[in-house]
Design a protein around this ligand. Sequence first.
Ligand SMILES: Cc1cc2nc3c(=O)[nH]c(=O)nc-3n(C[C@H](O)[C@H](O)[C@H](O)COP(=O)(O)OP(=O)(O)OC[C@H]3O[C@@H](n4cnc5c(N)ncnc54)[C@H](O)[C@@H]3O)c2cc1C
Length: 499
Amino acid sequence: MTDASHRDHPESILVSGCGIAGLGLALAFGGSAHPVTILDRDPPPPDGSPEDVFATWERRGATQLRHSHVFLGRLTTLIRTRYPALMDELFREGARVLCFKDGLSPALKPVYTPAPGDEDLQILFSRRTTLESVIRRFVTRFDNIRFVTDAGVRGLVLQRDASAIRATGLNVEMDGQTQTLSADIVVDASGRNTNFPDWLRAEGVEVSEEHSPAGILYFTRHYRLRDGMEEPPRDLAPLGGDLGYIKYAVFPADNRHFSITLATPDIETNLRTAIMRPEIFQGLCENLIGCKAWVADEISVPVSAIYAMGNLESLWRSYLRGGEAQVLNFFAVGDAAVRTNPLYGRGCSTGMVHAHLLKTVLDEIHDPRQRAIVLEQRTHAALRPFYDAMVHQDRAAIRRARYERNPQHRPRLRARVTQNFVENGIGPATRGNMDVARAFSRAFHMIDDPSGWLKRPDTLMTILSYWARPKAWKQANGLYPPVLGPSRQEMLSKLGLPA
Ligand SMILES: Cc1cc2nc3c(=O)[nH]c(=O)nc-3n(C[C@H](O)[C@H](O)[C@H](O)COP(=O)(O)OP(=O)(O)OC[C@H]3O[C@@H](n4cnc5c(N)ncnc54)[C@H](O)[C@@H]3O)c2cc1C
């Protein structure tokens, strides 16, 4: 079906959830002929500055809202190229971008020359509250998009006949009463805690799911730069790193804010309990070279509690059975269908991409069975390689965290060679060679396939040539990162925690 024919037969769309995927749908369908109603159990963002929104927006439906968020090139490029006015609005509200050049190693930065495609490798720095509230305000201006807030979706309305089960609406609780809203298309964008799979299973629908643990717990604290102070230079240490027993990342944000996330493996029981104590969180940051300068008392001041989040896992969900659609006119996008470890910062890009994929499928295909099948195929093509790569990395990180607790552990030969290749080949090559840095960055930002870059003969040859060079040469040329922090035993002893 083309856009023109849609104008003749616009389909009404009911969306459960106004997080990132719901907002992605609002952007994608904004200005189209389809009337779209987006329901959310939470209240709307308060009017006011980004500070007011951050301080007061109640968001029980998206409990990750006040955790650190960074928005990768895939999402930033989508906004910049399709919705430039939105990008301008984000900048006006204090969001910023980090360009490819800004993220280069000290060895590469001075020799950088721009190349086509580098503009796609920009990270958007913004608190999630700022991003969400600005997008929300932007899409509210489309006549065909309607938001209904404080509206909890309580059930999916289905119609059965001999040939199919069709979604026809939602039961929604508003003002203490349950109402049924009807639509041609129903979309689940309710995020990680969606109830739709349970509701559909109860109706005999087979929901297939793959789960894989992230193996970590997430701890976030927000800070503001003191008046007159600037962010520490980024060349001193990487903004993110993995020490096995702890991972850290600094997330610059809008309006002189930044946040720090520390992630501990599930099995670090003492550390993960103690980390909620402000003095332990601060002590960890002061001992991690990438965080130390940011949390110095003269530079910044903490402006939030320490937020914790667990139960993190990757999930791939499908409503097809044997490749065939089971429920017609029903689709799931974002975390409700594909969820990944937040550490990689890919969930919001995934949700936005997924929402836009649904728009193209509904535009191009009229047959409801085909729509379900094609959306699944395109989701697979666009997102599955990243999902698989992240699950693979999570499994390796879980193993590493286990070994980290045992100083006697000696990895097997294959593991030692892989680690050596990463540390002395891939790492130095991404810091010393512009083409490798670009290829790595394109995969990191979800622009290119996550592992394809490593298989390209030219890239692989360059990496191998770096691997073969003497360590002393690589050290002299600044191709190794600094030591990120003390060993596990040292850190725990510095913090007065039992090992
Ligand atoms: C700790 C943490 C840190 C993260 N950091 C990053 C990051 O740095 N970068 C990144 O790209 N991604 C990150 N992510 C992932 C990202 O937050 C999600 O992938 C993204 O929010 C998914 O969007 P969504 O719209 O599918 O779900 P959500 O954004 O969670 O939105 C779901 C919406 O549905 C509503 N809802 C739920 N149930 C109902 C109901 N019954 N009735 C009505 N409304 C309902 C909720 O109120 C909510 O508004 C992080 C995730 C976590 C957990």
